[in-house]
Design a protein around this ligand. Structure first.
Ligand code: ACO
Length: 474
């Protein structure tokens, strides 16, 4: 078990996040343990930093090498002629204190400690020693036991995950390294753009609270997502205070693992965090306006909506569809998730009726029928955007042979762009085969959140509505 006071004072509320600039936008980085051998962690981190296009200065540190990946290598950080803002440490745990000491003497601002073998395996002494050195020299520590961090606006990928990261405005903080690495590739495939990706590991100094606070003021981040197993002892109050501030500025979505008794025990041995007391976390999330997702898929579904669409101004929602069945499924989902579907006025029904085949339905869901073409969808969207009765729009599509979903996607993107100033969020649910998948890619690439089922589209809108309610309440 961790001594409770060990982590206190590393980042008290008043001074939080002021000194994290070097973590996200360092002017120079050293990779200590930059290996000469492809496939090793230190090599991969150095290669990612270079190949992702980091523009600052890069210093490989390795006493056995003169040059690595075309860069001059130095035996120690103390041999580097210029200043070093950040040192990424990828040497075995036994060497870490000496390396940290050298970094302190060099005036390094922040240590990103990749190395495992600390508190997660009961080696508390090594953590205490590291903290002591960092405090002595006024350095901050991310980690240990992490896969690194990435900040796309600075073209910094200091991880040993995949090289490519799609740029965007979703920040992802993760207490699980392996999951974080796995999701890096997945986000690229899913067209999910990231501003930041932070592996938080054992959180012996910089913790999830402080990173969230920093990101709350980061102009490149619109929504913060967190995979959390648990907080460190003694940080509950800080979590409540700071997260309330953060959610006022931008939405925070947390997937809190360790919900079950056995899951909590697994999380405790994974990162040594307080994972139990699920009901306490639930209450804390509610009070602070944090949205709790149950699965990774749900978390990124919601984040995708927040990343590009305006926060709803009201609750009144319309569904536009070409298929009765998906319309009914979306209606069920709306009821389940608390999304208020409007009953259109006679005038509004009349307007919808004019833009659909005579056998369509102008009620809610507005059923354009299987005969609908791109034009019907565009006109229905125009009616919805212009109607004062509507705050939010759900567009659904079922693959029909007469409407190519990719053409529909382009039409939707253009129309939604035209109405950008309306403040009305749009989510899209599409069901079909390969070309439907391609259509969703077009939509997502262009900032229109698209999902492969009506339920996921409605669930994402529901999350936005819950956040909007929270903001109105406070
Ligand atoms: N300063 C700088 N470099 C040094 C020093 C020193 N004082 N001493 C040795 N080195 C060099 C080594 O020579 C080596 O380079 P080389 O390959 O060119 O010879 C390099 O530093 C690395 O040292 P190794 O002893 O080869 O260490 P190795 O790479 O095997 O392991 C590591 C180091 C990766 C940090 C390991 O100890 C470790 O902790 N691995 C786990 C990391 C991890 O999984 N973190 C959590 C991620 S999250 C998740 O779950 C995925």
């Amino acid at each position: 078990m961790y001594p409770i006071d060990m982590y206190k004072g590393s980042a008290e509320a008043g001074e939080l996040a002021e000194n994290l600039k070097e973590l996200f936008s360092p002017e120079s980085v050293a990779v200590v343990g930059a290996s000469r051998h492809p496939g090793k962690i230190g090599y991969t981190i150095l290669r990612n930093i270079i190949e992702y296009g980091y523009k600052g200065k890069i210093y490989p540190i390795n006493p056995k090498a003169d040059e690595i990946l075309g860069l001059k290598a130095y035996p120690s950080v103390l041999d580097v002629p210029d200043k070093i803002d950040m040192a990424i440490i990828a040497v075995p745990v036994k060497i870490v204190p000496k390396v940290a000491e050298d970094c302190g003497k060099k005036g390094v601002k922040v240590l990103v400690v990749i190395t495992s073998g600390f508190g997660e395996v009961g080696n508390i002494e090594a953590e205490q020693e590291l903290i002591k050195i960092a405090r002595e020299y006024g350095m901050r520590i991310l980690g240990p036991n992490i896969f690194g961090l990435a900040y796309t606006p600075a073209r910094l990928n200091a991880t040993f995950g995949p090289k490519d990261i799609r740029e965007g405005n979703i920040a992802f903080i993760t207490q699980s390294g392996a999951l974080g690495i796995a999701l890096m590739g997945w986000t690229v495939m899913e067209e999910i753009g990231l501003s930041a990706l932070i592996s938080i590991g054992n959180m012996i100094d910089i913790d999830v609270i402080e990173v969230s606070k920093y990101l709350a003021d980061d102009p490149h981040t619109r929504v913060i997502t967190i995979y959390l197993e648990g907080l460190k002892p003694g940080t509950g109050k800080k979590f409540m205070e700071i997260m309330k501030e953060v959610t006022r500025k931008k939405p925070v979505i947390i997937i809190k693992a360790g919900r079950s008794r056995r899951g909590a025990a697994a999380a405790a041995s994974h990162t040594g965090s307080l994972a139990g007391m699920d009901h306490v976390y639930n209450a804390a999330f509610k009070q602070t306006g944090i949205l709790r997702a149950k699965t990774v898929e749900e978390m990124f579904d919601w984040a995708r909506a927040f990343a590009n669409q305006p926060v709803p101004k009201g609750e009144r929602t319309i569904i536009i569809t070409n298929g009765g069945g998906v319309g009914v499924l979306a209606t069920d989902a709306a009821e389940e998730y608390g999304v208020n579907l409007i009953t259109p006025s006679i005038e509004l029904k009349d307007r919808f009726h004019r833009i659909m085949p005579w056998f369509g339905s102008p009620k809610n869901p507005v059923d354009l029928t299987g005969q609908a073409g791109v034009e019907n969808y565009i006109k229905a969207l125009e009616v919805a955007f212009e109607s004062p009765e509507i705050d939010n729009i759900v567009v659904l599509y079922c693959r029909t042979a007469i409407l190519d979903p990719r053409e529909l996607a382009k039409g939707l993107v253009d129309t939604i762009k035209l109405y950008k100033g309306s403040g009305k969020p749009v989510v899209v649910g599409m069901v079909g085969g390969l070309d439907t998948f391609e259509a969703m890619k077009i939509l997502n690439k262009n900032g229109v959140p698209a999902y492969p089922s009506p339920e996921r589209a409605v669930s994402s809108l529901a999350a936005m509505i819950r956040y909007s309610r929270y903001l109105q309440k406070i």
